[in-house]
Design a protein around this ligand. Structure first.
Ligand SMILES: [Zn+2]
Length: 284
């Protein structure tokens, strides 16, 4: 499932192609996603120009003068760049044998199109007027983990009475937005904190480590183009490589990578989510 780094890479890649580009036309191939693609989307977007593409949490926002398209990639959603001219089309879309029946939407610009392809259909595409607050999707989100708002004062204030585990807290989008299961496991390992630790018991030094490693790990992953698990590619077809840097995620029964530690990484399922940790380095 794409998390913050993968969505950030998607946004950065799309920007190179579609900023200041006028939308020629829009085709809905299959509107069935987590929410149905609005049938008036092609009519509304026709002839509008993309002024901005940005990320908030794991959402992508495409802004025109009048509207904002709000999109989420769900589990397997991706935007793919395709050249319009068939003769010149050496793009990823043609080479890699993307399963065309999973195409949901095509937005055509002068030279390029972007195609939204989603095998498992958990993503979505909605459209709002620019003065709209984008409903519930964005209104309850916590701060961006890479922003200065995600700091000790905020963290400390929020956890005073929380009796949930630190892992569940970091997964809570109202507390901090954009993290998911993969990066939370990695952050807690780097911070040497057991995922089951109850929030209000965290010491100052532990909170500072979580803050530090959240930022470091997300930035390192963005630098590597994100992590490719399942089918993630950026919109030009490049895979990420941060998955080879994982220290605990998917490393069940492999030796812990901390020097001097002879334990194996264990995995258990809590609240339907897998947690990976070293029983020695991340002692409760
Ligand atoms: Zn260890």
């Amino acid at each position: 499932m794409p998390e913050l780094p993968e969505v950030e890479i998607t946004v950065r890649t799309l920007k190179k192609y579609i900023i200041k580009q006028k939308i020629h036309d829009v085709t809905i191939y299959n509107g069935n996603l987590r929410y149905k693609i609005p049938t008036n989307l092609p009519k509304i977007l026709k002839s509008q120009t993309i002024n901005e593409v940005k990320r908030r949490s794991k959402f992508i926002l495409f802004k025109t003068n009048h509207n904002t398209v709000l999109s989420h990639l769900g589990m397997t959603g991706r935007y793919i760049i395709k050249k319009n001219s068939l003769k010149l089309d050496t793009s990823f879309y043609n080479k890699k044998n993307i399963i065309k029946k999973h195409n949901h939407l095509l937005i055509r610009f002068n030279k390029f199109s972007i195609i939204y392809n989603d095998i498992r259909k958990f993503g979505f595409i909605k459209i709002y007027k620019n003065n709209n607050k984008f409903s519930r999707h964005l209104s309850n989100l916590g701060p961006e983990p890479l922003s200065a708002l995600f700091n000790y004062k905020y963290f400390h204030q929020k956890i005073k009475k929380r009796r949930i585990s630190i892992k569940n807290l970091l997964m809570d989008q109202k507390f901090v937005s954009g993290l998911g299961n993969i990066y939370v496991n990695e952050i807690l390992y780097a911070s040497r904190i057991n995922p089951n630790t109850t929030c209000f018991r965290l010491k100052k030094s532990q909170i500072l480590r979580i803050l530090k490693f959240t930022k470091l790990i997300l930035l390192a992953s963005i630098k590597k183009g994100g992590s490719t698990i399942l089918n993630y590619h950026n919109s030009e077809g490049r895979t990420g490589s941060y998955q080879s840097e994982f220290k605990v995620y998917n490393r069940t029964n492999n030796f812990c990578l901390t020097s001097g530690c002879n334990k194996k990484i264990i995995m258990n399922i809590v609240n339907g989510r897998s947690q990976f940790y070293c029983p020695k380095c991340q002692k409760l």
